[in-house]
Design a protein around this ligand. Sequence first.
Ligand code: SF4
Length: 393
Amino acid sequence: MPRILVPEPMTRFKCNERGCCCQEWRIEFQPEELLVLQRALPPEQRRGLLRRARAWIAEDGETLEGIELATEGPDCRCRFLEEGGRCAIHAQHGPEVLPHLCVRYPGFSFLREDGEVELHFDTVCPEVLARLAESDAPLDLVSVDPPADHHLSARAREPVTAPPVSVGEQALETSEFEGCRDRILEALRDQDRDALELLAAVSHALARLGQGEPPTEFHVEREVPWQPFGAWFDDCVSAHDGRILGRYLKLYARFVFDVPLASGDPETLDAALAYRADWADRVAPRAAEHQGLLRRYLAHRYFAAYGFYRTSRDLAFNYGSAAHTLAVAFRLADGISRWLDRPVDRPLLLMSIGAAEYFSRALRIDRQAMPWFGLELDPAPPQGEDAPGRSDP
Ligand code: SF4
């Protein structure tokens, strides 16, 4: 088994076994995984297993790539999810009968050129968010060689080959990309710097890279003017209709345990999620109490460089949505705080980040509309902390 590179807090990851990711999403089986399950099930359960199943056929029109079993009920529950959140397959037949997607989630593994496996963890999962919130210290990456029965080994099994990476029009060699990422992660370790200022500096660096700066010159500047990034970031906060955000927040509610979403009035949610220009007053993204978590989240996000989807692996560059997703998280935090009449404390900020990740993922926002493409570095940005007409969060 190759060594596994993983964010250190994820070595302690443990599923809460509440079934949050066993609903609304269809679970994809590889054909051979379905055979293993069929053999394990008693005949009465085997019958009808493939009813209303959806098959994925490869581009050659002949090869069966995967099969999604039909779900049950209005919330599209996995048919093997028991009341209380336990998985019936896992409980009755063991994890070896589960499809690899269930074994590995919320992990996604990628095989690098040097033979090491990178394990990325999805911040939609509340337990991933909880591990990030364990501390305010800089996020460490660790290279581990766990025993075969360790959860990291199971999650890193069958890694996808790390895809080619491009930024804007510029394709990067693996070593070039990793050099850039190392510099981003190093910058995000700086505990003296405000998380949003760091995000602006990283976005400026990526913008220069996307505009053709050689990757060997990639660097995250110590200070960049807040504008034009600030104006772009505020546009991202304002970007989505409250009704759409409300719809996705209701879907994400199954991942939420530490914020009482059920106590809010569903009739007033969409209005509460409407954009307000003074969002930063309530969210206070520059408050000292948020800085450690935000820096750790951003480092976790920039480590997870590759896309999750089958269709996006060839060009996927997950950085495209990092700043935008944080902006959506702030918009959600502002709205939910008003809706529930509670401050933007750590549980609320965490769940807003998770919901924003879920939203961004579900929407599959076009990468061409992502951060560095909208960043106008030329002509020269307005000087000073604030550009006219913009508030600095
Ligand atoms: S979302 Fe995370 S915590 Fe919830 S059931 Fe899935 S893996 Fe477990």
